[in-house]
Design a binder for this molecule. Sequence first.
Ligand code: DGJ
Length: 715
Amino acid sequence: MTIVNGYAQQNIIVTTKNTALTFTVDADKSLIASYLGKKLENENEYPIIPNLDKYKPGSDDLFNKHEAYVASGSLNLLEPALSVTHANGNKSTVLTFSSVKQDKLDNNRTLTTIALEDGQYKFKVVLKYLSYFNEDVIEQWTEYVHQQKKAVTLNKYASANITIPGNAFFLKNHYSAGLREMRSEEQQLLHGIKTIDSKLGTRANLLNSSSFMLSVNQPATEDKGEVIAGSLAWSGNFRLDFENFDEYYLRITAGINNFSSNYTLKPGETFTTPSFIYTYSSNGKGQASRNLQNWARHYKLANGRGERSTLLNNWETTYFDFDEDKLKELTMDTKKLGVDVFLLDDGWFGNKYPRNGSTSGLGDWDYNKKKLKNGISSIGQEATKNGVKFGIWIEPEMVNPKSELYENHPDWIIRQPGRKEYYMRNQLVLDLTNPKVQDFIFQIIENIYKQVPDLAFIKWDCNSLIYNAHSTTLKNQDHFYIEYVRGLNNILKKVKAKHPNTPMMLCAGGGSRVDYNALESFTEFWPSDNTNPFDRIFIQWEYSYYFPAIAMDNHVTDMGKQSLKFKTDVAMMGKLGYDIRVKEMDAAELKFTQNAIKQYDSFKNIIWHGQQYRLQDPYHHKIASIAYVNPNQEEAIVFNYYMATTSATNVNLPIRLKGLSSHKKYRIEEINLYPGAKSPISSDQIYSGNFLMEVGFNPEVSAKRSSVVLRIKQI
Ligand code: DGJ
């Protein structure tokens, strides 16, 4: 309690290393969001902030309290976070502060729990703020419970509200399509509401990403400006509302999309929203990204602090056309290249309706007896014999109409009774709201393990979104979209509990499902089926705003006309993999690749666990440049790519490095050279970190040296 202007004020302060999020309780007991920004030097000054807000009730203007969590039906007439139809049909909710508690979970994490209630309706809202001190990240979610005589309906139930003051607001959001993931646009948010959402069900990010950056006052650059980076941890329909109001305020409302999803909540039952994860940076987008990346590696991503396996995948080299002999050869090629895992992709199953193309077999998970006479177990054994590991592709949420599963379990399929079926990639989605379907999917994985006990990798694909959303068994169809994600989560949790050490790749026909709910179970994701390295620089660049490199699977493939070196360098900025015909490589290509994998092994920890600095963007520069610096600033790997599409001169300015230590001395060496190539860069010169960060270094990238990788090492 503080006394400000003679009034006893309850203040709640959530802090991280550099950020503060504060609340006050006003005279009506409303919980007011008073501040989100840079931590103040003097904690005693936070209580002054709410009194700078001069809006008063009773004037001719809209009286708009800046409540921390906005409910609808009474005072608030803007976009709400919460809309409830109470048991008696009343649609108003007024939340007042009831209690606060702060629990220090460990040296880094504090959980702030703020309970609000609507006394008239015995409806309780619990706001949870889990703050991560070192990462400057806040994970926020909300719980509801009530004691009314009958069920209430939740009409809108967002995870979080954030109200920010400012002169102008700029939203960087991402729009996608298959092969064109994570294109980015940045726009000033003028008055009204901008909504970014998904109603697609499964491939929720096919059109829009549920991650964004919001700059305050002016568009933040990499290193300057105030920015909030946010990401909703939900693998289904989501909704992000940005409402610009009262000239100087923006309110973000982030949560599950309430589209077609009025949720019935029984008395005593608790509804928990997914987490909205956000970070505030006063040093631009680069810092905001590093905060999220550090947080993800430490707290969310499956095995975020661990290792990853490099691999050879057969998808782009064989598609559906393979047999046992071909696969056995591929396990040998895996060894020859020097990667860890051979990953068998689509096409290994289905007998009555063999999976020889995308039109049949999906759902019938017995290995195809014609293609694989001795089953997948023999491919697993062959891999072991050749000193590599074996991984497998599945797409367990889906079914082709041409399959035994479709014939035998029509009730397990999502579709509308009496209506035409619509397909995406010739398939329908299974009804994961049904526990029997959840068991079926879990058993698919168990059966694979029975055949291949040392299965070392799973690629989990998901190629269709949900048309005709309807479950034959779910009592309340309004719960469909939510129960689907819960069903998916049940399966993923069971799989993780049973096989905690198996790395899993999250794939949805490319990157249509990338979020921090799924990434709790998946060690990595497939950003796009577009592996053209030129396009890929942009795709990886944009994902890196929210997700760490260790989570990004990048493969060297035939796609794109760039050199093998260019392709390899691009794929190294994440988890390196291959989808190439090893047999068709000439001696120099093979030698280069084998060496590249060895080189990668020597610095992959810096890419996976270091700090990422986007030095020069590929949109406005002839050279794109990205650096990864190890935690104690002793070593950095810098990737530089020639991006010019018109003939450009070779004159380029030095590129300023970031993240090094000013006082340390470094030597620079060009690595990953193609056999026979000579580098113009001498590693004799010694530079101070200060010099490299203030003046920079010219990697001498040109049309002829289109990709240059530098290793910077402290001497
Ligand atoms: C879509 C994925 O994105 C590809 O990598 C591949 O696994 C195919 N599905 C297989 O059908």
